[in-house]
Ligand binder design. Structure first.
Ligand SMILES: C[S@@+](CC[C@H](N)C(=O)[O-])C[C@H]1O[C@@H](n2cnc3c(N)ncnc32)[C@H](O)[C@@H]1O
Length: 247
C-alpha cells in the first residue's frame, strides 16, 4: 500500500512516535543488520567502534546502551573494554533484542551483555547506577531528545560519560548535497528493493529532517546538564559522535 501521509500523521495514527518506531523496528528486525551493513557500505562497524573507544569503560565497569537493538554497540564496547566489563542493552523493540540475543549466544558474550526491554526516556535504573552510557542511531527516534539526555545523566555516576553516535547533517555543501541525494532518494529505494521495506526505509531519511544539526544537539545535551560536551564528525559528517561528562 502506498501512503502519502506525513510522518506526524503516521505517528498519530499509531498512537505516537514511540509505538510507530517500535512497530517499524519490529518489522525489520531480521534484516536490520545486513541492511545497515549494505546501506552504510560497511562503515557502520567502524563508526560503532569509534563510539566504543570514546566511552572508554574501565575493566569491571558497567555501561548502558540505549536503543541497543541487535547489540552491535554493546559488543563493540565490551570488545574494547577488557574482561569483566558488563553492558546493559535496553530497547523498546523485543524483536530487535531477540536478534541481539541470538547473536550474543553465537559469539559467546551473553554473560557480559544483558539485553532487556526498556525505554530511553524513562530508564528503569537507579540514579548514578552505571559508569557510562552510549547509544547508536537511537536518539533520532526519541519523542523527546532532551528528556532522553536528562535520563542518561540521572543514571550515570558522577565522572561518567555519555557517547551518542547518530546520523548527522554533513557541513560541506557539495558532499552534503551528495549525501542527501543518497539518503533521501537512493536509500529508501535500496530498502524497498533489497529489504522489501519501503515504508521502513523511507522513515530513515524523514527521521533526519527534524533531527538537530550537531551544534544544536550539543546545546540540547548541555541544557540537559552534561558537561564538557564536544562532537566529532565521521565520514565527512554523515554521522557525528557527541560526548559529554557528568560532573
Ligand atoms: C536504528 S536502531 C539502532 C540499533 C543499534 N543501536 C545499532 O547500533 O544498530 C534504533 C533502535 O532504537 C530503539 N528505540 C527507539 N526508541 C527507543 C526508546 N525510546 N527507548 C529505547 N529504545 C528505543 C529501536 O527499537 C531500535 O532498535
Amino acid at each position: 500500500m502506498t501512503t502519502n501521509f506525513s510522518l506526524e500523521e503516521k505517528f498519530q495514527a499509531t498512537g505516537g512516535k514511540k509505538p510507530y518506531v517500535q512497530r517499524l523496528f519490529g518489522r525489520i528486525a531480521r534484516i536490520y543488520d545486513i541492511m545497515n551493513f549494505l546501506m552504510s557500505f560497511g562503515l557502520d562497524r567502524h563508526w560503532r567502534s569509534r563510539a566504543a573507544r570514546y566511552l572508554a569503560l574501565g575493566t569491571g565497569e558497567t555501561g548502558l546502551d540505549l536503543g541497543a537493538g541487535t547489540a552491535d554497540l554493546s559488543i563493540a564496547v565490551v570488545r574494547r573494554s577488557g574482561p569483566g566489563t558488563h553492558m546493559i542493552g535496553m530497547d523498546i523493540t523485543p524483536e530487535m533484542l531477540e536478534q541481539g540475543r541470538q547473536k550474543l549466544r553465537r559469539i559467546g558474550l551473553q554473560s557480559q551483555i544483558e539485553l532487556r526491554v526498556g525505554d530511553a526516556e524513562h530508564i528503569d535504573l537507579p540514579d548514578n547506577s552505571v559508569d557510562g552510557c552510549c547509544s547508536a542511531f537511537t536518539v533520532r527516534n526519541l519523542a523527546n531528545i532532551r528528556q532522553g539526555f536528562s535520563e542518561m545523566l540521572r543514571v550515570v555516576r558522577p565522572g561518567g560519560r555519555v557517547v551518542c553516535l547518530e546520523i548527522s547533517h554533513p557541513p560541506g555543501k557539495i558532499f552534503g548535497t551528495l549525501f542527501y541525494f543518497y539518503f533521501y532518494k537512493l536509500a529508501p529505494l535500496f530498502g524497498s528493493i533489497i529489504g522489501k521495506a519501503f515504508e521502513e526505509y523511507n522513515y530513515l531519511p524523514n527521521s533526519l529532517t527534524a533531527f538537530p544539526k550537531a551544534p544544536e544537539l550539543k546545546r540540547i545535551m548541555e541544557e540537559a546538564g552534561w558537561s564538557g560536551v564536544r562532537y566529532y564528525y565521521l565520514s565527512g559528517g554523515v554521522v557525528a559522535i557527541h560526548i559529554g561528562t557528568k560532573q
